[in-house]
Each structure stands twice: as C-alpha cells, then as structure tokens.
Design a protein around this ligand. Structure first.
Ligand SMILES: Nc1nc2c(c(=O)[nH]1)N[C@H]1C(S)=C(S)[C@@H](COP(=O)(O)OP(=O)(O)OC[C@H]3O[C@@H](n4cnc5c(=O)[nH]c(N)nc54)[C@H](O)[C@@H]3O)O[C@H]1N2
Ligand SMILES: Nc1nc2c(c(=O)[nH]1)N[C@H]1C(S)=C(S)[C@@H](COP(=O)(O)OP(=O)(O)OC[C@H]3O[C@@H](n4cnc5c(=O)[nH]c(N)nc54)[C@H](O)[C@@H]3O)O[C@H]1N2
Ligand SMILES: [Mo]
Length: 771
C-alpha cells in the first residue's frame, strides 16, 4: 500500500517517495497513473550527484574586476564563496544598476519550466521579488507556441483558454471517424504537464479510439509520431510545407463544392478574399493540389483524396505546436482554422479542430479545471517587455527598434540579467550568437540546482533546492488533482530555497516585509491554499481545510459530468456566444492583420513564396532539414544528466534519426558518431538509422547539455549534441516573433577524429582566492 502523504509532484508525474538515511531509495509512480513516465527514475541519483551545485559560486574575473571582466563569461573558473558574500555582492550590484540605469535595465524574463509546486515556483518568486524592487524588463508569450498565441486571438480566440476547452477524448472515442494528426500524436510529449501530471491518459484513449474504429492519418515527416496507432495512414509531408497542403485542401473543397456554405455564412467573415487568393485571383497562382504536390512532397491525388475524406466523414484536425515553431509558423495555424471552418464541423462532437492534443497531458482530459493556489504577483512598474524568443536581439541591440504584432517596439538597454528556473543555453536558438549576446550585460545571475551550461556562463551562481528538499503544493494545470508535496530529504550541501534567497536579498535591499509579508514557507503554503478555496468553490470544487489536505496527501476533484465539445456553444448560437475576435466570428480574412501591412503576413492565411525561395537556397549548401523535437527521456534539459536520458546516448552523444538513403550517401553507419553542421556551428551526435523518417529530414531531441569543446573560442564544436547550436535565431514573423527552430538546414558527415570527452555534466573548475 502506498501512503498518500509521502508524495511529490513533478511536471512528468506524481510519485510516492521512499527514503532511508536522508537518501531517496525509490520513486514509485502513483497507483492511479495509467501510463507513468520513466523520467522520475533519473531523480534519486541526480539530486545528490556530482552535477549538483554545492555552494554559491562567483566567476573569478567577476570577483576580481567586476563587470569589466564580462568577456570572461563561460571561460573562467569559479570561486566558491559564503552565502553572506554572494548575497552582499549581488545586492550591491542590483542597487547600483537601479541607481545608474533604472529598473528597466534589469532583465527578469527568466523563461523556463522550473519545477512543479505552486509556492516554490521560481519564476513567480523571482518576478515577485523584482516587482518589490521596483520592476524589471519582462518577456511575453512562450517558446512553445508564441506564433500561435499571437495569431489565434485575431482569428478565433486566445490559445491558452481554448486549449482547456478541447473536446474530451471520451467524446472523440464515441463520435470521431477520422482523426488527422498534423505533427502526429507522439506519446512521449504527453508525459508532461505544466505544474504537474498525475494520470497519463493519451495511450489509454488512443487505444479506445482505435477499438471504436477511428481512422488515423499522420501528417508528419516522421512515421513514429503516431507509433501508438499501428494502422495509421502516413502522409510524409516535407517539414515547413503544411501551409501549402492546408491551402490546397481548402481550394479542393471549394472547387469540388464540398465546403459548408451555411457554416461559412453564419460563423465566419472574409470568405471572399480567401477564395480569391486560393483561386489565384490575387496573385495568379491557383493553390490547388497540383500546386501543393511538389512543395509538400505528397501527390496531388493524396491531397484531393484527403480533402474528400475529410468532407465525407466526421473529422477532427489536430495541429501540433511544433508547426508554428518555424518561419511563418502563424500561417499553418491560420490555414488549419480556415480548413476546418470550410469543413463546417467546428463545434460538433468528434469533429472540428484542435491545437495540440498530445503536446502535453492536458488537452482532452476530462478533468475539472481550477486555477489553483498561487503566489500573489504584484504590479510591475516597468512596462518594457520583449517577445520571449528575442533575447539575443535585445542584448545585442540596446535601443533597437522592431515590429511585434502590429506595434513598433524598442529594446531596453539591459545591464543585469537575472535568471531562475530556465535554461537559455538549452532553449534559445543559435547558441553561438547567444554566447556573444550573453557577454554584453554587466552582470549575469542564475539560481540553479545543477551546473548547466547557463550556470557555467554566469557571474553569480546560487544553488537552489529541488522539489524533494522542500514542502510545496502540487496543482498542475487541468490535472484534476492537488498534491501535498512533502520534503523528503534535507537540502543538498549548501543549497537553499529560492524563496529564502530572495528573502535575504530583499532584506539587504530594504523591502523584506513587502516580500515575505512576515510569513515563513509553511505559513505561505497555508495562506495560498486558503486564498484559493473561494476560487475553487466557484469552479464547483470543495477544498477541505489545509491541515486535512496536508495529512491526506492528495485530493482528486470530481470530474465534470457533461462531456466537453470544443466551441459547441459558438456553433449552436454565434450571436449569443460570439468568439473574442473583432467580428465575434472566425476570421478567414482579418482587417486587423491586413492593416499591419506585413508582406509576410497579409490579411488571409498565406504561403510565402519568398520564404520558400530562401529555404530552397539554404538547401543547396545544407541539404538536410533538421527537426529538433521534444525529448522522450527528459523534460527539455532537465535531468539530461540522469540515468534515463544518459542510457540512450550513443558514445555519450545525443541520438539523431536519419533515413538509410541519407546515411548511405554519407557512408554513415548505425551507432556511429557524426558531425552535424551549418553556417552557424557544429555538433556531434550519434546516428540512428531508420526508414520511419522521410529522406532529407533528420530528427534530434532538444535538451542535450551544451558542451563546447573550447568555450574560449567563438563557434567551438559542441561535443554533446545540442541542436540549438545550429538553429536560426529569427522570429517566426513580425506578427508573432516566435521561436522558429524547426526551419533549419544542415549537413552531416562521419566523425573520423578521436572522440572528445563529454564534460557537460562536470562542474566547472574551481579556484580559491587567498584573502
Ligand atoms: N531547437 C529547439 N529549441 C527549443 C524547442 C524546440 O522545439 N526546438 N522548444 C522550446 C520550448 S517549447 C521550450 S518550453 C523551451 C524549454 O526551455 P526551459 O524551460 O528553459 O528548459 P528546462 O530544461 O526545463 O530549464 C529549466 C531549468 O530550471 C532549473 N530548475 C528547475 N527547478 C528549479 C527550481 O526550483 N529553482 C531553480 N532556481 N531552478 C530550477 C532546471 O535545473 C533547468 O536548468 O525550449 C525551447 N527550445
Ligand atoms: N517528454 C517530454 N515531453 C514534452 C516536452 C519535453 O521536453 N519532454 N516538452 C513539452 C513542451 S514545453 C512542449 S511546448 C510540447 C511541444 O509539443 P510539440 O510542439 O508537438 O513537440 P515536438 O516534439 O517539437 O513536435 C512534434 C512532432 O512534430 C513533427 N513536426 C515537426 N515539424 C513539422 C512540420 O513542419 N510538419 C509536420 N507535419 N510535422 C512536423 C515532428 O516530427 C515532431 O516529432 O511538448 C511537451 N512535451
Ligand atoms: Mo514548450
């Protein structure tokens, strides 16, 4: 029997934790999890391993010469110092930057997943701290789906609330006939849920749907993206060309008179300009199946047949987030909205559209949603804010102007970067460019648990506790559970809670009371729990008193009784339940977007021939399209140093999937080490050869810790396999300014030299200074 008051919650699952002698001896998935994630098994060893940060550390040059030594970032050894010394130094620098340049000069965007747990959620802690200090330059939107987050409000409504309204899997199992999965439905991605996962249910529901005879179509360069459905039809589209496919499907529906004119008339605006564009009246090019065939690598017949199948049967079209993490990624989303509007099945049980079933364990879950306990946020007095993926641009161009979603914006002049709970040296594109940008500010501070590349590239590194070393409340988005996350072991070496670090800094800077409100962590847990009870009640959830919850260990909320159908209200009565778009309807043409005057993003879903031309030119020198997808064995870079991730490496390098033809042409054999390179840099990886991937495409997971062979040399080889050494750091478009990592061309060759030793997981060199 598992005791339910010995739990912890992580983004990848809820575990029962066993300990002996202040060590974790086992992490067992909870009994109610239908398909637990193995990622948790990396934790017991990793939390006390050699990669942990033991004590506060300051880069040698920074200690000796302060900000003037910034060029030494990432190149110099560290000096371990006392907490007193580290916090005095940092408080002095925060104060100095504020005096000289104002709060705007502090970048506190600090994007990243951090850990599960509502109180110790480190971005919330950092943002609250910096707000108390007078504000900071922030970032907006996500690496996950910025292009989608920006386009959708103009055309159908904001992504985040829509995602929670997705049709329940139980409804799909009953009513869906055809499920078109653009980007597949990889089980690996549904392992995680932001803030905590409890019951992994995608596999269960895909089995149910197959048993009911749902036909699955996998539109993806990678067959494995729908490996959970053995008889799925595979349409191996060329990456980055789905917009052409979707437009051709729209054109086919219209030309064959298969579009739903009644739905279009009552629920959309702007059909006529879209029709003119599709029929070539706007630019002389008809966007028919024959036009899309060479672009997409599919046959014209496959495209017309797909259009007919969709029109004839109850069809759900799901588009994964990956498609919009690319150049012009906004358009794949808009074209999906247009296609499904033309099909007229939006709001029907089992038909319509969806954004990212399978991207996390969230969409389609028939769980009760509740915003959960949360730290009071406060006001940011600084209004400066960047699109999250414009980090290097900002650091390289202080005062520079740029366009963003119809606005002219200006980058702040950043003097101090404060990061906690994210890893830019994992997540940002073009890491060599980031390394250059990262050396511009005067001071870089990071709170970390582990010696990641980002920690090694910082000036002041403060060691933080892990979830296993503190008490917290787990309450994942749409998860249906609340978990009492117990402290299971003592904090490792000199590590402290982020909250304790900020409290001590706030005291040094004169706003301790404002930050702590006089509460210790235990009092905070009870406070944020109590504060959430009325909100829970509004959502029909009756939370017991805190002590009862804490003793009990977990709460499961009653499931909603009525099965959910996405946009059913809007379908039934668009007058009474309008969308939040300017017209209240689906916008096939958007006056708002047209008025921005962006040539790459006109007023209707658009295939940009100039971008295609650019990508074709890239292919002449770099013939392989590199997809950098989510890792199966970790969350991003988290626990890459753990056993589950490390046992999949090849000679210590990140595995890379390629087609046998591409391998043969380069004399590459299974399990050998290869160099992947382009104009931006080079990485080593291990070859996995498979016909489950389209020729001309390679796939490598994100998250292998960046491991430059010689950090002092710009553009040095990454020995370990982080694809962001190769990706381009360009916004998706002026509208979304999202991450465009999926638009990336590379070449590969066999690695014939001796293998350099992996140092990614080793701490940096330490020196001691005589007083
Ligand atoms: N090429 C390419 N790049 C991508 C993507 C892609 O598809 N392709 N995907 C993008 C996407 S969708 C995302 S979301 C990003 C993810 O990027 P991130 O969210 O930045 O990645 P993580 O590895 O989760 O980084 C979290 C860091 O926080 C630390 N941490 C965890 N808990 C705590 C805590 O309690 N306190 C402190 N102080 N630190 C903590 C962890 O050790 C880890 O280093 O990557 C993006 N980058
Ligand atoms: N285990 C695990 N799960 C995760 C994460 C993790 O780090 N680990 N990260 C989570 C996060 S933060 C996010 S944002 C989500 C992201 O969820 P997604 O964005 O869906 O994740 P990806 O793995 O990048 O992409 C899914 C598939 O899309 C396909 N694809 C890529 N480009 C194209 C294209 O141009 N056309 C078509 N048709 N298909 C394409 C790829 O083959 C890839 O396998 O995943 C989440 N799930
Ligand atoms: Mo993400």
């Amino acid at each position: 029997m598992q005791a339910e008051n010995k739990l912890t919650s992580t983004h990848w699952g809820t575990y029962h934790v066993d300990t002996a002698d202040d060590k974790i001896t086992a992490m067992t998935p909870v009994a109610w999890d239908k398909n637990p994630s193995p990622i948790g098994q990396s934790m017991p060893e990793a939390v006390t391993g050699n990669t942990r940060i033991r004590r506060p550390a300051v880069r040698l040059g920074y200690l000796q010469h302060g900000p003037d030594s910034r060029e030494g970032r990432g190149k110099e050894p560290f000096v371990e110092v006392s907490w007193e010394k580290a916090l005095d130094l940092l408080a002095g620098e925060l104060h100095s930057v504020k005096q000289r340049h104002g709060n705007q000069a502090i970048f506190g965007g600090s994007y990243g997943w951090g850990s599960a747990g509502r109180f110790h959620h480190v971005q919330s802690q950092l943002h609250r701290f910096l707000k108390g200090f007078g504000g900071y330059t922030a970032s907006t939107n996500t690496y996950s789906s910025a292009a989608g987050e920006r386009i959708l409000p103009h055309i159908i409504g904001p992504l985040s609330p829509l995602h929670k309204q997705h049709t329940h899997f139980s409804v799909l199992a009953e009513h869906c006939e055809v499920f078109v999965a653009i980007g597949g439905l990889p089980l690996r991605n549904s392992q995680v849920n932001v803030g905590g996962a409890s019951d992994h249910m995608l596999k269960y529901w895909l089995e149910k749907m197959q048993a009911r005879g749902v036909k699955f179509i996998n539109v993806s360069p990678v067959k494995n993206d729908l490996s959970a459905v053995s008889n799925a039809q595979w349409l191996p589209v060329k990456p980055g060309t789905d917009t052409a496919l979707l437009l051709a499907l729209c054109q086919t529906l219209i030309s064959e008179d298969l579009h739903d004119t009644a739905f279009i008339a009552s629920h959309t605006v702007g059909f006529e300009p879209l029709r003119q564009y599709l029929n070539g009246e706007t630019d002389g090019v008809e966007k028919n199946a024959a036009w899309a065939a060479p672009l997409t690598g599919l046959s014209a017949r496959q495209i017309t047949e797909l259009a007919r199948t969709m029109a004839a049967q109850r069809t759900m079209v799901n588009i994964s987030w990956s498609l919009q993490r690319s150049r012009q990624g906004e358009q794949a989303y808009w074209a999906t909205v247009a296609l499904t509007a033309l099909l007229g099945q939006i709001g029907t049980p089992g038909g319509g559209l969806a954004f990212g079933y399978a991207c996390t364990n969230l969409a389609g879950a028939d769980r009760r949603s509740f915003s959960g306990p949360r730290l009071p946020a406060g006001e940011n007095n600084v209004k400066s804010i960047i699109p999250v993926a414009r980090l290097s641009d900002m650091l390289l161009n202080p005062g520079g102007e740029y366009q963003f979603d119809g606005r002219q914006c200006r980058y702040a002049d950043i003097r101090l970067v404060y990061w906690a709970g994210g890893n830019a040296f994992h997540h940002h594109q073009d890491l060599n460019r980031l390394a250059e940008a990262w050396r511009r500010p005067e001071t870089v501070v990071v709170h970390e648990q582990y010696w990641t590349a980002q920690a090694k590239f910082s000036d002041i590194v403060l060691p933080a506790t892990t979830v296993l070393e503190r008490n917290d409340i787990g309450s994942g988005s749409h998860d249906g559970f609340m978990v009492a996350m117990r402290q299971h072991i003592a904090p490792f070496a000199g590590a402290r809670d982020d909250y304790a670090i900020f409290s001590d800094l706030a005291a040094r800077l004169g706003f301790a009371d404002k930050f702590t409100e006089g509460r210790n962590p235990e009092q905070w847990l009870k406070h944020i729990y109590d504060e959430s009870r009325p909100r829970a009640e509004k959502d029909g959830i009756d939370l017991p008193p805190f002590d009862e919850f804490w003793q009990q260990g977990k709460l499961e909320f009653d499931r909603p009784v009525t099965p959910q159908v996405f946009l059913a209200d809007f379908r039934a009565d668009p007058q009474q339940y309008p969308l939040s778009t300017p017209s209240g309807r689906i916008e096939l043409f958007s006056e708002t977007i047209a008025a921005f005057g962006y040539s790459e993003c006109p007023g209707y879903p658009y295939w940009d021939p100039r971008e295609y031309e650019f990508q074709q030119q890239q292919s002449e020198q770099w013939p392989l399209h590199m997809l950098s997808s989510q890792p199966a064995t970790r969350l991003h870079s988290q626990y890459d140093h753990g056993s589950i991730s490390r046992r999949t490496k090849i000679h210590g390098r990140e595995p890379l999937w390629m087609h046998p033809d591409d391998a043969a042409a380069r004399d590459i054999t299974e399990g050998s080490v290869v160099k992947v390179f382009n104009q931006r840099g080079a990485i080593l990886a291990g070859a996995r050869i498979s016909d489950q991937i389209r020729p001309g495409v390679i796939q490598i997971a994100t998250g292998a810790w960046y491991d430059p062979q010689d950090p002092a040399t710009p553009g040095s080889l990454d020995k370990h396999g982080n694809p962001n050494v190769l990706t381009e750091d360009r916004g998706s478009s002026r509208l979304g300014q999202g991450c465009s990592a999926q638009s990336c061309k590379v070449e590969i060759e066999r690695w014939q030299q001796p293998l350099p030793e992996i140092t990614a997981f080793s701490p940096p060199e330490f020196v001691t200074l005589s007083e």
